[in-house]
Design a protein around this ligand. Sequence first.
Ligand code: CA
Ligand code: CA
Length: 102
Amino acid sequence: MKRAIAFAAIALFAPLTLASTPVLDARQENQQDRIEQGSASGELTAHEAATLEAQQQHIENKEDRAKADGVVNPRERAALQRSQDRASKKILQQKHDQQDRH
Ligand SMILES: [Ca+2]
Ligand SMILES: [Ca+2]
């Protein structure tokens, strides 16, 4: 529930500039929560969690590069969404690969 409120707040208050990426930022937050949740539940090993965190960091860097010229154009947005699609699949895989902390 808290997350739904956060999403709504982001949608309402994000400044609507050409470089703002509220949808991507919300997704990033969501992925981060999923990784943390997987770590806490033991579905992710420390190594898996670190790899997934690094992947999120990589996407964050890519987002920074996309923003560097002041505009995140549709092509850049699509590329970032695809990166998050891949990250999302990877998180799901790692949570269900039967390798866990226990
Ligand atoms: Ca750009
Ligand atoms: Ca796992």
